[in-house]
Structure formats: structure tokens, C-alpha cells
Ligand binder design. Structure first.
Ligand SMILES: Cc1ncc(COP(=O)(O)O)c(C=O)c1O
Length: 474
């Protein structure tokens, strides 16, 4: 008001003019503070920064933007729901229309009988909810000693307290191993290790095996042939619940609705998040088979004292429904299946790189280009150089726990863009001094005509070396 002194109500505390207050997750803030890489917008498989530079999104954000960025239809669904009812409790008997519809729709999608859906705010919530659910399940059956939880080495199960202690990435657990952990990791690739552990502690002490079907954040490790079927059977034989952590693999990333669908795992519980809303709103779920849910739902079971403020958030549910509409209408899961060999074909030449230890792909739109550990040991700054170098070549990506470049693009990616992605990785490795031996892909015929000859790498170089990366329209 004119002439009067306003007393500030918000923002009265001093902040440094030289530092930003945002504390980034998974970041070395001594390096990142004030050096934010600010994404301003997204469109299809690309994102654009605040300088107007457009990049191919090779990771779909953090494995979530499955339908691609900038879908107005989803924004409209959110706006409509928000103006009607943004959120309300779903504790007790409260519900809202979109969450009821979404639960039924997910129950019909999962490869389980009589599934029930418990909503959460994200993947870590889903993991910790499931940790409590499996213990409670056995308690309801009078088997209170079944408490231990087994996971796979290199697996990632979120960053809540239980998930931190259960994870198989040692660096993430360091200092927190004791957090509620009564569990144990077993070799990610050897079913016998699981069996041996069950015999060692006695299955009467083991509640569940939490299985990330394809190791994601740990480096995109595909399950060895027969591994998933075998561990599933071991759990069945020993009366141990099989929990599929499908936070990444769920809702189509493997080219099937769920990894559990692809490998016919008949899981007791599926954990979901990310692709459920394609990241347009935060939401997760624990989907329990009828067998697991029955004792909770039985007369006399009483209240299960668990839930979150945003369990069943109405806007998130409306967003998830719009996301599922798009996935179905555009047959995007089928598209993923069709692109998995193309992705392998595009990445294959990178195996010839001196700096590359392994290239992993072959299941859905999931891949990794792992750097040679010896090269990494010599230059620990290499991952950062690669991430920055990729941006220079018009690609946004990130490095995974084992020194791999993550590849998990939106499902709408084109064959041409997959080739561009590989070209970008090739270019940055070359820039950093890695020599490449020519390696032909077994599936080169699946790549766009003009790129089939891997001299195509060179033909795109001039364009990619421009200061302003090219626009990768979809
Ligand atoms: C397999 C898996 N489980 C759980 C989580 C945790 O999900 P959120 O980060 O949404 O809490 C993640 C996240 O990347 C994940 O990949």
C-alpha cells in the first residue's frame, strides 16, 4: 500500500546472493551449487534448456517419461481434475472417482489373480510399504518369524529407510547398513545363491525375495537366461513371497506390460511408480495378488495401520489414467518391443570403443554402455566429462552406479533418434580419446537406410559438433 511500510511475512531470512538454495539429490553440492543445468521444457523425446538448446532425452528423465514430454492431453486431465477436486484423503472409507477407476484398471493389467492396489507417492514408498506388507502378511498367518528379506546384488530399491538397507548398490548403503535390515543380498545372476541362503537361515525366517527383474540404477543388467523363472520357483518351493520391483520395468519398458508378464513370473506383489504416470505427477503403487491381500481383507483382520497423505491422490490418478489411455491408443508397449532389436543394432558399434567395457541391451528400451573400470580408475572425472560431452553433442544422459551410460528413452523414440543417440555417444568417446575398432551390428538392417553404413557416424559429426546442438524433433 502506498506510503505504508509492509512487514514481510515470507522470505525475511538472509540468503547468499552467490549460492542457490536448491539442494540437489544425488549430487556433490560443492560442484553443483550455482551450476544448475536448467531444463525449461520438453517435447516428445527432447528437452530444451534455458538457453534454448534442445537435447535428445536418452533416459526419459529418471526412467519415467515413457509417453514422452509435453502431452497436452495429460495436462488437461490434470487441470480438469484439479479444478474439480485436487485431492482428498483415501484413509478409511474415503475415495475419489479417478483412484477407484485406476485401481481397477491396474488390477486388470497385472499378471495376477484378483489383484488389489495400494497407492503410494512413488517408488520408495512402494518398497517400504511392501516391506511392511510382507511382514504383516506372515503375522496374519501366524508365522511371525518370517521377517528376513532377500534382494539381489546391484539392485536398487529406493532411498527410504528400508529400501536403503535392502539395496544391492554398496555405495548407497554405506553407513546405513543397519537401518532396519534383517535382510541379505544374494548374487544377482545365480539362483543357487538364493537357494543356499534359504537353506542356511531356514525359509521359516524369510518373508520375501525382492527382485528387481532387470537391474536398473545398478547398471542395466539383464537377467541371465532362466534366472527369473528359477528364482521364482525357488520362492514358491520355500514358501517365500516373490516381490517384483517393477518401478522401472512396469508399464511397458520391457516391451510387455510388466517384466512379470514377459517372464510369466506370477508374482505375489508388484511394485510400481514412474511409468504409471510417465512422471506427469508423482504416484506409486503396491499391487498385491489376491492370495496376499486376502488375510488383510478378511473379516476380523482389523485395520492395517499404514498409508500416506497422498495415497490415491486424485490428480495423480487422473494423470495416470490419461497416461494409460495414451499407452494403449498409440500401442506404445508394442512399439517398445519392436524397437528393442533396433536399439541393440544402434549400440553395437560402441562395443568397439577402447573405453567401453560392455554394451548391454536386448530387452525393451533399456541399455547401458559401461566404461572400462581400468580407464575409470585412471580418470575418476571421466563420468562427468562424458555427461557434459554428451550435452555438447545434443544428448542428455547420466552415469549409473557401475560407470555405465544410462539408455532408457521415451517409448516414442524413432529409429533415427536411436541412431542419433548412439552417434552422440560415439562422438563424445572419440572426443575424449577413445579409439574405435569397426564392429558391424548383426541387426544393421533395422536402422534407418541412411545410417546403415557406420560411416554414418562421420556424416553426422559436422552437425553434432556445432555449439548449439541440433533440434531432434520427434
Ligand atoms: C527399481 C526401483 N525401485 C524403487 C525406486 C525408488 O523410486 P522413487 O525414486 O520414485 O522413490 C527406483 C527409482 O529409481 C527404482 O529404480
Amino acid at each position: 500500500m502506498h506510503g505504508t511500510q509492509r512487514t514481510p511475512i515470507l522470505g525475511i531470512y538472509p540468503v547468499s546472493m552467490h549460492r542457490h538454495a536448491l539442494w540437489h539429490p544425488f549430487a556433490d553440492m560443492s560442484v553443483v551449487a550455482g551450476n544448475d543445468f536448467i531444463i525449461a521444457s520438453g517435447d516428445g523425446c527432447t528437452v530444451t534448456d534455458t538457453h534454448g538448446r534442445t537435447y535428445l532425452d536418452s533416459t526419459a528423465g529418471l526412467w519415467f517419461a515413457n509417453i514422452g514430454h509435453g502431452r497436452i492431453e495429460v495436462a488437461q486431465a490434470a487441470a480438469q481434475q484439479m479444478s474439480r477436486l485436487a485431492a482428498y484423503s483415501t484413509f478409511g472409507d474415503y475415495a475419489n472417482a479417478p483412484v477407484l477407476e485406476l485401481a481397477d484398471r491396474i488390477a486388470a493389467m497385472v499378471p495376477m489373480t484378483d489383484a488389489k492396489v495400494f497407492f503410494t507417492s512413488g517408488g520408495s514408498d512402494s518398497v517400504d510399504t511392501a516391506v511392511k506388507m510382507v511382514r504383516k502378511y506372515w503375522q496374519l498367518l501366524g508365522k511371525d518369524d518370517k521377517q528376513s528379506i532377500v534382494t539381489r546384488t546391484s539392485a536398487y530399491h529406493g532411498m527410504h529407510v528400508a529400501g536403503t538397507s535392502l539395496g544391492g548398490i554398496a555405495a548407497n548403503r554405506a553407513g546405513f547398513e543397519d537401518f532396519g535390515s534383517q535382510g541379505r543380498t544374494v548374487a544377482w545372476d545365480d539362483p543357487q545363491d538364493l537357494e543356499a541362503y534359504l537353506h542356511q537361515v531356514g525359509p521359516e525366517h524369510v518373508a520375501a525375495f525382492f527382485c528387481e527383474p532387470i537391474i536398473g540404477a545398478g547398471g542395466v543388467y539383464l537377467p541371465p537366461d532362466g534366472y527369473l523363472e528359477r528364482v521364482r520357483q525357488i520362492c514358491r518351493d520355500h514358501d517365500v513371497l516373490f516381490v517384483a520391483d517393477e518401478v522401472i520395468s512396469g508399464f511397458g519398458r520391457t516391451g510387455c506390460a510388466f517384466a512379470s508378464t514377459r517372464w510369466q513370473l506370477d508374482p505375489d506383489i508388484i511394485l510400481a511408480a514412474k511409468g504409471m504416470t510417465s512422471g506427469y505427477a508423482p504416484m506409486g503403487a503396491v499391487v498385491a495378488s489376491g492370495t496376499v491381500a486376502d488375510p488383510f481383507w478378511a473379516p476380523g483382520a482389523g485395520m492395517w495401520r499404514h498409508g500416506y497423505t497422498y495415497s490415491g491422490h486424485a490428480v495423480s490418478a487422473a494423470v495416470a489414467l490419461a497416461n494409460l489411455d495414451i499407452l494403449e491408443r498409440e500401442s506404445l508397449v508394442t512399439a517398445v518391443r519392436g524397437l528393442e532389436v533396433t536399439l541393440s543394432a544402434a549400440l553395437a558399434p560402441l562395443r568397439g570403443h577402447q573405453f567401453v567395457h560392455q554394451v548391454r541391451s536386448g530387452i525393451g528400451l533399456l541399455g547401458a554402455v559401461q566404461l572400462d573400470p581400468a580407464v575409470l580408475a585412471e580418470d575418476p572425472g571421466l563420468p562427468t566429462k562424458i555427461v557434459h560431452g554428451l550435452r555438447h553433442h545434443g544428448v542428455v544422459s547420466r552415469m549409473l552406479a557401475d560407470g555405465s551410460i544410462q539408455i532408457s528413452p521415451p517409448f516414442t523414440i524413432t529409429r533415427r533418434q536411436l541412431q542419433e543417440l548412439s552417434t552422440g555417444i560415439d562422438a563424445v568417446l572419440t572426443d575424449l580419446g577413445s579409439a574405435r575398432e569397426p564392429i558391424q551390428s548383426l541387426h544393421a538392417e533395422l536402422l534407418p537406410e541412411q545410417d546403415r553404413d557406420y560411416r554414418g557416424f562421420d556424416s553426422l559429426d559436422d552437425q553434432l559438433l556445432l555449439d548449439v546442438p541440433p533440434h531432434h524433433g520427434s
